[in-house]
Design a protein around this ligand. Structure first.
Ligand code: P6P
Length: 349
């Protein structure tokens, strides 16, 4: 029987998850974890949009263990994410940018997924009303080091770290939520990249970006050029090439950089081009964290037909040794990223 489609039919993240489950692309447990992440994103969206009204701007007064000032919303968003993941009952271990060590979740009844996340990336932009975002990655628990039935706390911690430190190529899901002019979740479960925009009228994430493919070549580069003098010669040569009109038929690239990875990456994903946070003389491995920034974004980029690399190797191939390990990141359209790799290898045009 032909199904009568109704003009009132909407396709929500929940519907999409059910379809992906029917296709065998996710199991019910992973779908539950993703739904709990979407709930966290709805709550954080409301908090971010009302930050100025509900006195949630400004500093919390604390520092995270990396010595970075914590914004009030960093702390609150971290708790929102952790609570939603706990109450999903499908999470075994969580690791957050805001937590020094991974946390074993007692309330895990099945699934026991490993979730790594940056609950509010770019939060230094909050007080100025500039886009911020949440980033996450989901792994299956490691079979070699099960986390249940371990009494010794040190052994337990060791197992949690081993479960969390998995290479990006083993990700089962990665995604981000952009809190900007709209609140949009973009995610992959290994079968393309899909985007859902929050409709405040019904409180649901509605499908708005189907099977996103990043343009093969772009016209935008996104770097903090304030660090130019700290960069090595190869990177400087790349930067000069990108800005040389003669090298691009008289049309040089445009520079766009808002200092918020989720906003800069979302624009790169949709418009093409390259985002980069290189290593430099002060920080040889750059600033971004492999586990909950570089790897999840690289999984999305590669699923959308682009690339994510440290300049020397694909981010997804790196086996993390530390939970908060930093890596240089160059990510975006294949053309721009491969050209960057060409310069980083010491070659020139
Ligand atoms: P800089 C935000 O703190 C962040 O982690 C990313 O969101 C952003 O791309 C980068 O750091 C901005 O760093 O040094 O350019 O201010």
């Amino acid at each position: 029987l032909g199904r009568r489609s109704s003009k009132y039919e909407i396709f929500t993240l929940t519907t999409w998850l059910l379809r992906e489950e029917q296709k065998g692309n996710v199991d019910g447990e992973l779908a539950t974890v993703i739904a709990s992440i979407a709930l966290a994103c709805k709550q954080i969206s409301s908090l971010v949009n009302r930050a100025g009204i509900s006195n949630l701007t400004g500093l919390d007064g604390g520092e995270n263990f990396s010595g970075e000032d914590q914004k009030k919303l960093d702390v609150v968003s971290n708790e929102v994410f952790a609570n939603c993941l706990r109450s999903s009952g499908r999470t075994g271990v969580i690791a957050s940018e805001e937590e020094e060590v991974p946390i074993a979740v007692e309330e895990s009844y099945s699934g026991n997924y490993i979730v790594v996340f940056d609950p509010l990336d770019g939060s230094s932009n909050i007080d100025a009303g500039i886009s911020v975002g949440s980033i996450w990655g989901v792994y299956e628990p490691s079979e070699e080091c099960p986390i249940d039935a371990i009494d010794d706390p040190d052994k337990m911690m060791e197992q949690c770290v081993l479960n969390v430190c998995q290479p990006g190529k083993d990700l089962k899901c990665s995604g981000y939520c952009l809190y900007s002019s709209s609140t949009t979740i973009v995610l992959t479960v290994g079968h393309g990249v899909w985007g859902f925009t929050l409709d405040p009228a019904i409180g649901e994430f509605v499908l708005t970006h189907r099977d996103v493919k990043i343009p093969e070549k772009g016209k935008i580069y996104s770097f903090n050029e304030g660090n130019y003098n700290l960069w090595n010669d190869d990177l400087r040569a790349y930067m000069e090439h990108v800005k040389d009109p003669a090298a691009h038929n008289g049309k040089p690239y445009s520079a766009r950089y808002i200092g918020s990875l989720v906003g800069d990456f979302h624009r790169t994903l949709l418009y093409g081009g390259i985002y980069g946070y290189p290593g430099d003389k002060k920080n040889p491995n750059g600033k971004l964290r492999l586990l909950y920034e570089c790897a999840p974004m690289s999984f999305l980029a590669e699923q959308a037909g682009g690339k994510g690399t440290t300049g020397k190797r694909p981010c997804l191939e790196i086996m993390p040794e530390k939970v908060h390990q930093r890596e240089p990141l160059f990510i975006g359209s294949k053309h721009e990223v491969e050209l960057l790799e060409h310069f980083v290898a010491g070659k020139r045009m």
